[in-house]
Design a protein around this ligand. Structure first.
Ligand code: MN
Ligand code: MN
Length: 334
């Protein structure tokens, strides 16, 4: 079995489970645009050239038919009426269909030996993504960057909210370890959830946490943009002061050790952005994660416990893959 392969961008334009504001569903094309912007070059800081054909692919955005979301008259960037609306049986049914589509889309990529790189979307999407990833990699370690633990058993009556995905993931036994970094909003209930599920939390005030980011076996990285201080990333729904600088986040991403089998970058909200600055930051984060994934491709194809030469991956081979960009919406047609 191919352990892991080429990273593939997959946009997931869903913000139907965002409790406070809509808008994150518009993020995927804006992050792509920033990633390819000529204002920067295509090299990651660790020396991987993302401009080399075939080092990653882009399969476009998942096509999601969401009758209860913005298409149903809700304006982008407006307060989400979802707290109650999305806890109704009808809304739950819609969400379950969307989640099934997400899970299927990610499974499809995994079956093709690819590594999913999902662009959110609100953080609720990580639950169906991880369901698919954990089916292939049952001993998963999740490295979770966020201001919020997202561990609510339910949020305003809604168990599928973007405030809950890690409660769902942990109660389903989908991760061997969940390591949360940058947390600064933990309350009594979520502290109880941390103990219940054995979550390893590194709160913002206790950073840096480089030594916590070492794993044996497959690693999934989920990066909520609000882990960053809103001074660096205002384009998010939940601005929580006192967060990471972009440099601190990159330093922690660079410190990760393990086989990165998938990732997501979520909660960028273009409606709240200032002159596209946060899109640029999201693209930078994405570039560094992609660089790590491409950089340790060689490592991924080895048996655990062996070491690859650290410099072998600096120049990816041109012959290693197919053309990098497919683009467009709904390529998967799910
Ligand atoms: Mn989150
Ligand atoms: Mn958050």
């Amino acid at each position: 079995m191919e352990r892991s392969g080429i990273p593939v961008l997959l946009g997931i334009p869903f913000d139907g489970q965002s409790s406070y504001l809509r808008g994150a569903g518009d993020a995927p094309p804006k992050i792509r645009e920033a990633l390819r912007c000529d204002a920067s070059n295509s090299w990651s800081e660790l020396g991987v050239d993302l401009g080399v054909s075939g080092v990653y692919e882009d399969t476009g955005d998942l096509e999601l038919d969401i009758p209860g979301s913005r298409k149903n008259g809700e304006t982008r960037g407006t307060p989400a009426s979802g707290a109650t609306a999305w806890s109704t049986p009808a809304a739950r049914e819609i969400t379950e269909k969307v989640f099934a589509n997400i899970e299927m889309g990610v499974s499809h990529l995994l079956q093709r030996g690819r590594r999913p790189v999902s662009l959110g979307g609100d953080h609720s999407i990580t639950y169906p993504i991880v369901k698919a990833v954990a089916r292939r990699y049952p001993d998963l370690t999740i490295f979770h960057f966020d201001a919020h633990p997202d561990l609510y058993d339910e949020f305003e009556g809604n168990r599928l909210s973007h405030a809950c995905p890690f409660a769902r993931i942990m109660e389903a036994g989908l991760a061997k370890r969940l390591v949360q970094v940058g947390i600064r909003t933990i309350n009594r209930h979520q502290r109880e959830q941390v103990h219940k599920f054995g979550v390893e939390v590194v709160e913002m005030r206790d950073l840096p946490a480089y030594s916590k980011l070492k794993a044996t076996g497959p690693v999934y990285i989920t990066f909520d943009m609000d882990v960053l201080d809103p001074a660096f990333a205002p384009g998010i729904s939940h601005r929580e002061a006192g967060g990471m600088s972009v440099r601190e986040a990159i330093a922690h991403l660079h410190a990760i050790e393990g086989e990165i089998v998938g990732t997501d970058v979520v909660e960028y909200n273009p409606v709240r952005d200032v002159d596209g600055m946060t899109a640029t930051v999201a693209a930078k984060i994405l570039k560094e994660i992609l660089g790590k994934m491409i950089g340790n491709s060689d490592l991924c194809n080895r048996k655990a416990g062996t070491q690859s030469s650290p410099r072998r991956w600096l120049r990816p081979h041109r012959k290693s893959g197919v053309s990098s960009t497919i683009g467009g919406r709904g390529v998967l047609g799910l």
